[in-house]
Design a binder for this molecule. Structure first.
Ligand code: HEC
Length: 137
């Protein structure tokens, strides 16, 4: 945040809430992942991560994300055609891969979906994603 903005902020909202605003502006580490999600995933999995009943599995509150955490990088890059069980329901429609995302972008989008919509699934490191991606196919 620039000095000018900081001064404005102080003038407008006072010291206490300004500190809060600064904190909330700077502590969202998922901005990049969120943009990627909106561009590459939200048209199917929806903005709110709920998917489409019967066809597209949810990401919000999805047990799959923690149960099969190791598969996420490969699914995102290469897609998946198996029938998947998510929160006890089966999904058979295939998902195409998104090969244009780099290893870092795959990591950022995974960290985003693992923390969006109330999800709290821990962090994935780029180095781990890289190793998994090398072993996918
Ligand atoms: C064209 C639609 C489409 C797009 C775009 C898409 N997905 Fe999917 N996704 C699906 C479908 C359909 C499945 C179920 C695949 C199956 O059952 O074989 C799925 C499955 C998944 C799963 C495993 C199941 C679950 O719900 O946890 C994850 C994780 C996932 N997608 C993440 C993503 C991410 C992240 C992106 C963007 C980078 C993305 N998907 C883009 C349609 C899509």
């Amino acid at each position: 945040m620039s000095k000018i903005k900081l001064v404005y902020c102080l003038l407008l909202v006072g010291l206490g809430s300004c500190a809060y605003l600064l904190e909330s502006c700077q502590s969202n580490p998922y901005v990049h992942g969120e943009i990627l999600y909106e561009n590459f995933c939200a048209n199917c999995h929806m903005e709110d991560g709920t998917g489409l009943i019967g066809n597209i599995p949810p990401l919000a509150g999805a047990d799959f994300l923690t149960k099969y955490a190791d598969q996420l990088p490969c699914i995102i890059r290469y897609g998946v055609t198996d029938t998947l069980t998510v929160n006890g329901k089966q999904y058979a429609a295939p998902m195409a891969g998104i090969p244009e995302l780099t290893d870092i972008e795959v990591t950022n989008v995974i960290n985003y979906i693992n923390h969006a919509w109330g999800n709290d699934n821990g962090f994935t490191r780029p180095t781990d994603v890289q190793v998994i991606l090398e072993g996918c196919k």
